[in-house]
Design a protein around this ligand. Sequence first.
Ligand code: HEC
Length: 166
Amino acid sequence: MPKKSSPRSAARKSVYIGLAVVLASVVAGAAFFALKSALTSQTDSARMAQLETGRRIYAEACAACHGASLEGQANWQKRLPNGRMPAPPHDALGHTWHHSDEVLFRITKDGPAAYPAGYQTDMLAFGGRLTDEEITATLAFIKSTWPPEVRAKQERIDLDSQRRKP
Ligand code: HEC
């Protein structure tokens, strides 16, 4: 007489295997998320430090012209009597976000030399005063003040400018 319990024990076995698979993937999933959050929090704290450096440098080196709240000089769209442009805002109302990362970096580092030859500007060259990392941190701080849609637009402009390169 065939054992009646056989199909049932096979079924029980597959339930155990199923449970083991579920358990293994839960453990693997938990390990993955633990690792991911460790990596993210590390990146987050590095980013926090970068933004703090940028905030400090902005206040010390840029705010005098571009405004403590990144609001730019008064009537920044109107030429000064000397024919030069006032310092524009770096907030979302200005046109800083119209430029690629490379252009923003070059203007900050090279000042007048980043503009077309002969262009007269009061923007200073910070290459001698700030390291490349400090310039990047300052620009990262400026970007961090933009609303997400403005950041997204600038990222698209930046990507487009990289794509246009040979
Ligand atoms: C002495 C005043 C002055 C200081 C200080 C200054 N800037 Fe400027 N900046 C200007 C002026 C004026 C312009 C406009 C240039 C033009 O269009 O002729 C400008 C333009 C810029 C632009 C181009 C913005 C755009 O949309 O065209 C960037 C980027 C910039 N500055 C970054 C900085 C950063 C970063 C700092 C601090 C590290 C800084 N500036 C400090 C005067 C200044």
